[in-house]
Design a protein around this ligand. Structure first.
Ligand code: C5P
Length: 251
């Protein structure tokens, strides 16, 4: 037996070399961090919930033609994904004012936006993930103009689909963050959706009560973090697939 090779350890996930060339194993940890890792905790069961929720969302997106890196789930905390050349951007899409948009521009949290806003942030912990414009992205070769166009089109499509999907189960998609990667086919490259989509990377509000069902419960010390992630899974109809140990403590 040989130990599998760890390629990268992030705040919430570990990436291991996959079983075949061009594949990677994405392992979901229970660790939660916020404010550029100044706040840390371990939330038992988070990795299992995010693995399952992200699998569900990526599969649904794949079915409507949003190409993404998900191949299949391997275990409670692991999924097999396609290896991509990471584009070093965090792409945020917003439907309602919240979080950094509210604080940075002095806008009231909860106000609907007249149209969805897409923002780009450079993935760089040392710099605190600064916001960047399309000019910065092309000037420093993080992505080409064509890739930015593709990213924008895919982001808006993902937003439309996920807003409808969550809306149907009484959840308002306030905003979310996604990441993209490049895959090569001969001399040509294509941009595909990568990373994860989960309550760690989205703001999800209960449409009826306004209750937060996402990572803001951790960031803002609101309690019931895991219960809220489980509620998202339950509404999406995937809680029944969870191990009894996770279902047990929750309702
Ligand atoms: O903090 P901010 O309001 O800019 O976050 C916008 C969205 O992006 C939120 O859904 C948040 O959870 C997500 N996000 C993330 N990872 C980051 C920054 C933001 O998933 N590093």
């Amino acid at each position: 037996m040989t130990r599998r090779k760890k390629l990268y350890e992030g705040k919430a996930k570990i990436l291991y070399e996959g079983p075949e060339p061009g594949t990677i194993i994405q392992y979901f940890k229970d660790d939660a961090t916020a404010f550029n890792a100044q706040k840390k905790a371990t939330l038992e069961g988070k990795g299992v919930l995010n693995n399952k929720i992200s699998e569900f969302i990526m599969t649904r997106l794949g079915a409507i033609g949003v190409t993404n890196h998900f191949i299949r789930r391997l275990s409670l905390r692991e999924q097999l994904v396609r290896e991509v050349e990471i584009i070093p951007l965090e792409v945020v899409c917003r439907n309602i004012v919240a979080g950094s948009l509210a604080t940075r521009l002095g806008q009231e949290e909860g106000a609907p936006l007249p149209r969805s806003i897409v923002e780009f942030y450079l993935k760089d912990d040392k710099l605190g993930d600064p916001m960047v414009t399309e000019e910065h992205i092309t000037a420093f070769n993080w992505a080409t103009t064509q890739e930015i166009d593709d990213i924008l089109a895919m982001t808006l499509r993902i937003n439309d689909f996920l807003s409808g999907m969550f809306g149907a189960v009484g959840i308002t998609l306030v905003d979310f963050k996604i990441e993209f990667g490049r895959v090569w086919e001969g001399e040509f490259s294509r941009v595909i959706l990568a990373d994860e989509i989960s309550p760690d990377s989205c703001r999800l509000w209960d449409t009826a009560t306004g209750n937060k069902l996402d990572k803001d419960r951790f960031r803002r010390d609101l309690g019931d973090v895991i219960e809220s992630y489980a509620e998202v899974a339950r509404r999406l109809g995937i809680m029944k697939d969870m191990p009894t140990v996770i279902q047990g403590g929750l309702h």
